[in-house]
Ligand binder design. Structure first.
Ligand code: AMP
Ligand code: GLY
Length: 432
């Protein structure tokens, strides 16, 4: 079969790499892809959120399955249009993807289905005074979230009431444009975070090993929030007992509730968890794989992911979960670490156009794979940086510690003086 992947980030490169290894797959195609994905299969210069362009492409190449990587096309309704044209699509409908594209929608669903999450209220235009009054009823730190998509940057956590009130006014005043025209203010949850990924056809569900992301830019979890600077899997913080609790209290009621409300969720549900004293609570849902969690998960999986993706897209998962878990070979998942190399200045304005050498040499290290994101080729054919997050240096090992050591060996072989990265990815499990 032929599979089309929409997107151009490290997540999509890792998906393309993994999918291409399936014996079921003849060809992986990407739109728009990146120089790394270009080595796997043909890339088409199509904007994945432009519904017209995407439809034109799929009518021309007729893929057997379309995997939507990023959130923007899901929020734009690309999956609905492709399904209406008769294509099999891995990715939720526009309605179901609101679990990510609207924080207010997502919170409302969690409350309706009795799913544990931080207490909250939302505020819209002209409700500055109400937002301030609500903040006064809370205790520090204060959590403010832009309602809409803001590339992982729409959340502010503030220590003083004064700062929180000012930020509420800023957000409602258009700090993130339309994305913050509505604002969610919620209770702070203390604990350690984990990312859980559930492949689902709306009814049945297959759980991948939990991963842990590193959202802050700097060592020691300091500096601004980013899309994610590194990840590892499995994340031991989500013990079997906690996973069972998360399934029972979070995932099962969400999937059942969404289906009952005529918005069955098909694709991968990303459950951002806070492991609190009373158990797992939801920080957020996303409608896609995490980036860079996906890079770690794809590298660590020893089995075939294509059957599960296809079954999620075609309602074939429910009742057959054990078979798909066996095909994924989840019992032999390899400990994996991934370290992001980013452009200097990220997550703000960053440098571009610097030559990056050593990717080939790093890939020759046993167990190391490099997934590309914000890269391109210059006129001489050299790899250069063009985006914020640029490379995901990913390694498997017999233990997590071995995986981390290899990933950093890979980072050291990359010759890119301008690149920035964290030295302490995995500190919670490495004991450093
Ligand atoms: P989000 O985009 O909702 O995942 O938020 C980004 C980050 O802010 C999360 O990964 C958490 O580290 C933090 N965060 C969000 N909501 C809360 C909360 N209610 N309590 C504590 N930390 C939070
Ligand atoms: N790594 C966080 C995200 O993908 O949203």
């Amino acid at each position: 079969m032929n599979i089309l992947i929409l997107g151009s980030g490290g997540r999509e490169h890792a998906l393309a790499w993994k999918i291409a290894q399936s014996p079921l797959v003849d060809q992986v195609m990407c739109a728009p892809g990146n120089p790394g994905m270009d080595e796997i299969g043909p890339c088409f210069d199509v904007n994945p959120t432009d519904i017209g362009e995407v439809v034109k492409l799929v009518l021309q190449i007729e893929p057997d399955l379309i995997v939507i990587g990023p959130e923007a096309p899901l929020a734009a309704g690309v999956s609905d249009v492709l399904r209406a044209r008769g294509f099999d699509v891995f990715g939720p409908s526009q309605a179901a993807a609101q679990l990510e594209s609207s924080k207010a929608f997502s919170k409302e669903r969690m409350v309706k289905y009795g799913v544990p999450t931080a207490a909250y209220r939302n505020f819209g235009e002209g409700e500055e005074a109400a937002a301030e009054a609500f903040l006064e009823t809370l205790t520090a730190p204060y959590v403010l979230k832009a309602d809409g998509l803001a590339s992982g940057k729409g959340v502010s956590i503030l220590d003083t009431l004064e700062e929180a009130k000012a930020e509420a006014r800023n957000m409602l005043g258009g700090k993130f444009g339309d994305a913050s025209a509505n604002l969610v203010i919620e209770e702070f949850m203390a604990g350690e975070e984990a990312s859980l990924f559930v492949i689902t056809d709306g009814e049945g569900a297959v759980y991948l090993p939990a991963a842990q992301d590193h959202k802050r830019l700097g060592d020691g979890d300091t500096g601004p929030n980013t899309g994610g600077m590194g990840a590892y899997a499995p994340a031991p913080v989500l013990t079997d007992t906690l996973l069972a609790q998360a399934r029972r209290e979070i995932v099962e009621p969400m999937l059942a509730g969404m289906a009952a409300d005529d918005m069955p969720y098909q694709g991968v549900l990303y459950v951002g968890l806070m492991i609190t004293e009373t158990g797992p609570k939801v920080v957020e849902f996303n409608a896609r794989f995490g980036d860079p969690e996906c890079q770690a998960l794809m590298a660590g999986l020893t089995g075939d992911i294509v059957p599960a993706l296809l079954a999620a897209a075609t309602h074939g998962l429910a009742g057959n979960e054990a078979a798909f878990e066996a095909l994924l070979d989840l019992r032999h998942f390899r400990p994996t670490a991934t370290v992001i190399m980013a452009s200097k200045g990220y997550p703000y304005k960053y440098d571009k156009g610097e030559v990056i050498a050593g990717v080939g040499a790093a890939r020759k290290i046993e167990g190391v794979e490099i997934f590309q994101a914000g890269t391109d080729r210059n006129g001489n054919g050299d790899l250069i940086n063009t985006g914020g997050r640029v490379l995901a240096v990913t390694a498997i090992g017999d233990t997590l510690e071995a995986a981390f050591q290899r990933a950093y060996l890979g980072v050291d072989v990359i010759d890119w003086p301008g690149g920035i990265f964290r030295r302490d990815i995995g500190w919670r499990v490495r004991g450093t």
